[in-house]
Design a binder for this molecule. Structure first.
Ligand SMILES: [Zn+2]
Length: 396
């Protein structure tokens, strides 16, 4: 075949592609991720049982949050609140979709969507947990997080919509204080939800679609979770920290926490202490890991990783709420990935340590001085803590 004969079909194919991509832009003007792990084919609703001890205003706000998404779906309502409450206070795979609250301490989390996957990678159950150690409110308030905003965000995950990089969207990954803008959806949020839900409720899926994503996960419970982490400014990062140290990672161990979820405990040999009075080592607990019966992963902002031999500066809090396993480990990272700064060889040569979310940096030649100045400022201005002390719980 000569080159001339080939030319025409190529142009047609090219213009077809152009048409298709134009159509794609006009119908999908959202920049959200849509999870590959969506509900099993044909699933038409998810009903949540709410922990009985939630305040009645909060329960009503949960329903309002659900209707935001339901109203966006041409296929009709997908999210429902059960008429009967649950006495559960922690998530577990039990064929009941629960919304629970527990005082986990100052771990940086506000809410977390916990979807359970089957061996084909499809969602079969969805739990949502709220950290009641955080300062919560039913309306915007300085230094408080609006519960209805968080619930609206988490229900987006229930529809298997992921995060958007656009701050204005309800599905923007990080939470802000003293605002309720995430209670209402943007056009982009709505379009992302429509595109997501149509993936499993229409019959356009091939019958073997569920099988095609099958992976070899044995019989383990699999959870790919998304957690909302509050954005800290540098002053808050210092203010929330009981301990700030630099050091080297010497040991790591995956354990089960009191709820049966895998957690990774990392031990750091302390080199320099900038704040607090830690021992020669500190042990930091981060959610996620693999145990004999469960695989648990979270978004990277909520689950920073360490490597043996790695050098880091870490901002740590010893506020572990009311969890019964609090003596099993030493600290949480303040704001999770936000509280971990890389101080390895490359950072040393540049004189600057950046944190894992790339939102803050420290001048390696001036850390102690900077922390002292921030501490002074925080004291003078009475900067409040964002988490309630151990033994206290928000009454949302
Ligand atoms: Zn989220």
């Amino acid at each position: 075949m000569s080159k001339k004969q080939l030319k025409k079909p190529l142009i047609i194919a090219g213009s077809l592609l152009l048409l298709m991509s134009c159509a794609g832009t006009s119908f999908a003007a959202y920049s959200h991720d849509l999870y590959p792990n969506y509900w099993q084919q044909g699933r038409s609703s998810v009903t949540y049982s709410v922990q009985s001890t939630f305040d009645s205003t909060t329960k009503t706000q949960m329903q309002t949050a659900m209707s935001q998404w339901n109203n966006a779906l041409p296929s009709g309502s997908f999210l429902y609140k059960s008429a009967s409450d649950t006495n559960d206070s922690t998530p577990s795979q039990n064929n009941i979709n629960t919304i629970t609250k527990y005082p986990y301490g100052a771990d940086g989390f506000t809410g977390e969507h916990v979807p359970y996957l089957n061996s084909a990678g499809k969602v079969i159950e969805s739990d949502i947990r709220i950290n009641s150690s955080h300062n919560w409110s039913n309306s915007p308030k300085p230094n408080y997080r609006d519960i209805q905003s968080t619930m609206t965000h988490e229900f987006g995950h229930s529809l298997r919509v992921g995060h958007s990089p656009i701050y204005e969207d309800t599905m923007f990954g990080e939470g802000s204080l003293n605002t309720d803008y995430k209670r209402t959806l943007t056009t982009a949020d709505r379009e992302a939800a429509q595109a997501s839900v149509s993936r499993w409720i229409t019959n356009s899926l091939r019958t073997n679609d569920d099988e095609s994503s099958k992976s070899d996960l044995s019989d383990k419970v699999v959870v790919h979770s998304e957690a909302e982490v509050i954005q800290f400014d540098k002053n808050q990062l210092v203010n929330e920290a009981d301990v700030i140290v630099s050091g080297t990672v010497i040991f790591q161990e995956v354990k089960k926490d009191f709820e049966g979820f895998p957690v990774t405990d990392t031990t750091i040999r302390v080199q320099t202490v900038y704040k607090g009075e830690p021992g020669e080592t500190v042990t930091i607990r981060v959610k996620g890991g693999e145990t004999d019966n469960m695989i648990y992963t979270l978004n990277k902002e909520a689950s920073p990783t360490f490597k043996i031999g790695e050098e880091a500066i870490v901002f740590l809090t010893g506020n572990k709420g009311s969890r019964p396993d609090k003596d099993d480990f030493g600290y949480y990272l303040v704001g999770q990935a936000q509280g971990k700064f890389d101080s390895g060889i490359q950072s040393q040569s540049q004189g600057v340590a950046k944190n894992s979310t790339d939102t803050h940096s420290l001048d390696l030649n001036n850390i102690q001085n900077e922390i002292n100045l921030i501490e002074k400022y925080n004291k003078l201005n009475n900067i409040p803590k964002l988490y309630l002390p151990e033994g206290q719980e928000s009454n949302i």
